[in-house]
Structures are given as C-alpha cells and as structure tokens.
Design a protein around this ligand. Structure first.
Ligand SMILES: [Zn+2]
Length: 104
C-alpha cells in the first residue's frame, strides 16, 4: 500500500524519548507532519481494534490538518464515518486534552 511516505511505528513516542514535542505524546501516540511518521505506544495494543483504527486514522488525518477544526472533522467523517463512537469507546476515562472543544 502506498501511503505517501507515512510510516507507522510501535514504540516510545518522540516525547517519551525526550525529543521535541510534536503532538499528543501523553495519549500514547504522536505524529510528525514533516516526516510523515506516526508513533503508537505498544500499550495501545490492549485497546479494541476498532478504537485503534480510529487512532490511526486520527493521526493520519493530522498529517493533512493540524487542528481539530471543521476541516479535520470533515476529513474524519469522510474516512471513518463512525469515528465518534469509536472515540467514545476508547475514552473510558475522558481526556481533557483531546476533543473536548471540537466534539459535537
Ligand atoms: Zn488529534
């Protein structure tokens, strides 16, 4: 599959390694729009596959749109129409730093 140079990595996020912050590393995943690299903490493997798919699509969408604005939501709707329910299933304990403002 060609993804335009996107690379998926399992392992510590750049933030966890002490590198320059590039995203929501504390949430167990991160993206670098310059290199197209996405990182996912191996701990996320405990989550439901549907939720993991949401996380991958979420981070890949950040390669196109940095913020959680209207364009981001439109792109998510196009790629994963049921992303909201997948997100809700993922967030057993709601996170304050993700989707609190743009979620409808
Ligand atoms: Zn995000």
């Amino acid at each position: 599959m060609t993804t335009g140079g996107v690379a998926l990595r399992l392992g510590p996020t750049p933030e966890a390694r002490g590198d320059r912050a590039t995203g929501a590393g504390a949430a167990g995943r991160s993206c670098n729009r310059e290199t197209g690299h996405l990182w996912f903490n191996v701990e996320l493997a405990k989550k439901h596959p549907d939720s993991l798919e949401y996380l991958v699509v979420h981070e890949m969408t950040h390669l196109l749109e940095r913020n959680h604005g209207e364009r981001f939501t439109t792109l998510m709707d196009r790629q994963l129409p049921d992303w909201r329910s997948r997100r809700d299933n993922l967030n057993d304990a709601p996170r304050a730093d993700e989707w609190r403002t743009s979620a409808s």
